[in-house]
Ligand binder design. Structure first.
Ligand code: ATP
Ligand code: MG
Length: 481
């Protein structure tokens, strides 16, 4: 009864957002919308620091409009928001998950945002840990799922907060807490600034993200030039998210990218690596790389792509590899980042290998020198983690062995723990025209054949026989006594 009364007072009929209004609503960029007034849902405890809907003026999109299916939300995310609500805090699912659900995509992960500080969150959840330097966050663990909980961020321009900005405007550290309004303003794209409250099932929309999503637009919040200067990785995010979600980058968001691409040079290599990994494993790697190229973002960022994509054989090989990864991911299979990076760097590797051989080194030592050189050069721009580079070297190291089809060697190769990855890599080399298709077909048949057939498939051993040295006779213990 009381709730109904409150609803009547605070949410007059004309203020309710109907579907077509939400889809077409468009306010001038960064101008708060006319507020939709609503009472806080009465089924949750009064919150510690309540959101003032009258002041922040977000669109409040009701469930009957956005129709996000609650069953598609992760249980861990729901438990996290419930735990925070019970402790008297505000808590929303935010960012990519809300955006993806509205676009009928399956969210990759669920992020929660709250007005509780990281320490408060850490105290509420027994299985949680504080992480991060650049952004202090809490990881809340439920089974094998981890929910990332962040505290509303404030403006990094506030003098008294714990924030740091470089001369070029790049935000280096950023731990200023703020309100939900400030938090929304700090997010990158309008589609990423949607806050879903699992208790009321309302979505709060501060920057017209809902309408942009429905119109298929990816739009930067605020002035794009300033936002890219603050964090150049946003340029890569624009390309990746538009390719992944089929959203068109808004012309104003797009325009400054070409002239600001060089700012990526200042971004720490490990951060670039993480972002590129997301891009390559998005299921839309091929499209993303083509878009990066079209916008000249690949120059300097991926030294291997600069060179490789400019030669037809290299381009064909990389595109095949990306296509292959995309179809694996889209069909629910896993894709190994080491394999992908091994393909991206392969033609660079071939050139370096050739160089060492020309200098007079034997093939195998030359291969090892080339592997070390290529990975070291790459690491300056994109720090490939050691665990990946070790596997990459194994995949590359196996390649010359696939060309040996005589004697016992092919049998040994079949039992190698990296055989499968090495074989897949070989097939790509064949398909790209680098090696005859017949070689790949031979290995396919050899692996499937029975013992007798295999023996019949072997080629004549023409390699010079290694002379076995007679083992030195160990002096017998009797003699030494
Ligand atoms: P994905 O599908 O790859 O997870 P995402 O948008 O969820 O995409 P996350 O890296 O998980 O990407 O980030 C979660 C949210 O944090 C984003 O939706 C956005 O609101 C905000 N965010 C992430 N990176 C930035 C950034 N560089 N600048 C501003 N806001 C960001
Ligand atoms: Mg995400």
């Amino acid at each position: 009864m009381i709730k109904k009364l409150l609803d009547k007072i605070f949410r007059p009929k004309h203020a309710k957002l109907e579907h077509h209004q939400a889809a077409t609503a468009r306010a001038p960029q960064n101008q708060p919308h006319k507020p939709i007034l609503r009472a806080k849902s009465s089924n949750t405890k009064p919150r510690h620091k309540s959101v003032d809907f009258m002041q922040h003026g977000a669109l409040c999109i009701a469930h009957k409009v956005h129709k996000i299916d609650r069953n598609l939300l992760s249980n861990a995310a729901l438990k996290t928001t419930e735990g925070l609500h019970k402790a008297g805090f505000d808590a929303y699912i935010v960012g990519g998950a809300v955006r993806d659900l509205l676009l009928q995509h399956t969210p990759k992960d669920f992020d929660v945002v709250t007005d509780a500080t990281p320490e408060e969150v850490n105290r509420i959840f027994r299985r949680s840990r504080l992480i991060g330097k650049r952004f202090r966050l809490v990881h809340v663990l439920f089974g094998d799922e981890t929910i990332e909980v962040s505290t509303f961020r404030g403006s990094h321009l506030e003098a008294d907060g714990d924030s740091k900005v470089s001369d070029s405007g790049r935000i280096i550290r950023d731990n200023v807490f703020g309100s939900i309004v400030e938090d929304a303003l700090r997010r990158d794209f309008t589609a990423n600034a949607l806050y879903y409250d699992p208790a009321s099932q309302d979505v709060l929309d501060f920057h017209n993200g809902y309408a942009d999503i429905k119109a298929g637009i990816l739009r930067m919040i605020g002035k794009p030039e300033i936002r890219y200067a603050e964090d150049p990785v946003r340029m890569l995010r624009a390309v990746r998210l538009s390719a992944k979600l089929g959203l068109k980058i808004d012309p104003n968001t797009q325009a400054p990218i070409a002239k600001m691409a060089d700012l990526l040079q200042d971004v720490p290599a490990s951060r670039l690596f993480d972002e590129m990994l997301k891009l390559f494993l998005s299921g839309h790697a091929m499209q993303s790389v083509m878009a990066l190229r079209a916008q000249h973002l690949h120059h300097g960022l991926l030294p291997m792509l600069d060179v490789v994509l400019e030669q037809p054989m290299g381009e064909r090989f990389v595109m095949l590899a990306l296509q292959n990864t995309d179809s694996r991911i889209l069909s629910g299979k896993s894709a190994n980042p080491s394999f992908l990076f091994a393909t991206l760097l392969w033609h660079e590797m071939l050139a370096a290998w050739e160089g060492y051989k020309k200098q007079g080194h034997h093939a195998i030592p030359a291969l090892h020198m080339a592997m070390t050189e290529v990975i070291a050069t790459q690491a300056e721009k994109l720090a490939i983690h050691n665990r990946y580079s070790a596997t990459m070297k194994e995949i590359w190291g196996l390649q010359p062995r696939f060309e040996q089809r005589a004697g016992k060697r092919p049998f040994g190769l079949l039992t190698h723990p990296r055989y499968r990855a090495g074989y897949d890599f070989l097939l790509l080399r064949c398909e790209s025209g680098e090696l005859p298709m017949e070689l790949g077909a031979w290995w396919t048949a050899f692996a499937e054949a029975d013992g007798e057939t295999r023996a019949g498939m072997l080629q004549a051993d023409t390699s010079p026989k290694k002379r076995r040295r007679k083992p030195h006779k160990k002096p017998s213990s009797v003699e030494t006594v």
